[in-house]
Design a protein around this ligand. Structure first.
Ligand code: FMN
Length: 357
């Protein structure tokens, strides 16, 4: 079965990629992910904020000694910059490149223009095969307009693009008013790939302690619908590669994402839940699905259910909105309140997928 795909200019043996998480931050699990079939690995993000906070803490500590106990400084060795800069992360990039044969993509989350560009250069020099920009930004400033937010993404991308020559992916927010137009603007500004989507963590409240909860919930398959929609709209209409991210639990989600046109499918939650070996299960499930329908390669299925590949492209748009709302049936009940038929079609009469003749 030919599962080869291209992503951000890199040739990958299959479309399954382990996205950024603590699992990709350790050599042992990186090796296990590769053994299970991961075609590329995204390292956890290098957070500029974290590195600089650490450096500031160290600076504060040493300067406190400077004032009160100068001779004590001889006991408090001045660390070389490398020890409290991005050194550890750069070392991870280097070691990951040595440990695995598949492409290693570094992820960067900057705060200043200088931070984005200087860390990007260092990541390139450390040997990263590509760079994913994790622009995690919630525009809580009420004066910021949509245009400001878009500009921020574009400015960051342009600066990094000018600083490095390795391929760049942007992990995109799902909250732009015009995701499609933004995607094209990012492509124009030099993005080689778009990751749909970044998953912005949303707080909850603890009603007993009256505190904000910042617990992290892993994703579930119901979350694939938004990326599915936008991948279907964008497939075949941008030169940038498309990565599907969020909600993959089993092979079904992988297949769905490929059908709407994803070049690669990323997963984190399923791997954190089930372990790195789960990737082999996803891969086997994908192969079994293709095999059962006699598809010989991924190229034959990719995008056949994108907006471009569908007979009814409006199925992904508002034209169906009213129909969908009106078509809702409470489980076990028909609209008239009568018990519903046991099995309801979820495909609105669509034909089952067959390989091209
Ligand atoms: C524990 C944890 C740590 C993560 N760390 C990062 C990170 O450092 N950088 C990043 O861009 N995304 C990070 N993510 C987000 C994932 O890469 C991914 O985009 C998100 O979990 C959605 O994919 P999923 O539905 O397959 O989990 C993290 C997610 C989890 C659960």
């Amino acid at each position: 079965m030919d599962l080869m795909t291209r992503y951000m200019g890199l040739q990958l043996k299959n479309p399954l990629v382990a996205s950024a998480s603590p699992l990709t931050g350790e050599l042992d699990s990186l090796r296990r992910l590769e053994d299970a079939g991961a075609a590329a690995l995204i390292l956890p993000s290098l957070f500029q904020e974290e590195i600089e906070a650490e450096a500031a803490r160290y600076e504060h500590l040493t300067s406190a000694h400077d004032d009160s106990w100068p001779e004590g400084l001889s006991n408090f060795p001045k660390l070389p910059d490398a020890q409290h800069g991005p050194h550890q992360y750069l070392e991870l990039v280097r070691r990951a490149r040595q440990a695995v044969g598949v492409p290693v993509i570094a992820s960067l989350n900057g705060i200043s223009n200088e931070g984005w560009t200087s860390y990007a250069k260092q990541l390139e020099q450390a040997g990263a095969n590509g760079l994913e920009l994790n622009i995690y930004f919630i525009p809580a400033d009420l004066a910021a307009t949509g245009r400001d937010v878009e500009q921020r993404y574009l400015d960051i991308l342009r600066s990094v693009r000018a600083a490095v020559s390795i391929p760049i992916a942007i992990k995109l927010s799902p909250y732009f008013s015009a995701v499609g137009n933004m995607a094209l603007a990012l492509e124009d500004a030099g993005a080689n790939a778009l990751v749909l989507f970044n998953r912005f963590y949303q707080p909850d409240l603890d009603l007993t302690r009256l505190q904000v909860l910042t617990d992290l919930k892993l994703s579930d398959p119901s979350e694939i619908r938004l990326p599915l929609l936008w991948l279907a709209v964008l497939a075949g209409r941008t030169r940038a590669s498309l990565a599907a991210s969020t909600g993959v639990t089993g092979a079904e989600e992988v297949v769905k994402y490929l059908l709407v046109g994803a070049d690669v499918v990323m997963t984190t939650s399923s791997l954190l839940r089930e372990g790195p070996g789960h990737l082999a299960i996803l891969l086997a499930g994908l192969e079994a699905w293709l095999d059962a329908r006699e598809f010989e390669s991924l190229t034959h299925v990719r995008g056949i259910m994108s907006q471009r590949g569908m007979r009814d492209p409006q199925a992904f748009e508002r034209a169906n909105y009213i129909k969908i709302l009106q078509g809702y049936h409470q489980p076990g009940r028909s609209v008239t309140g009568q018990p519903a038929p046991a099995v309801q079609s979820r495909t609105n009469g669509a034909m089952p997928i067959r390989p091209p003749s």
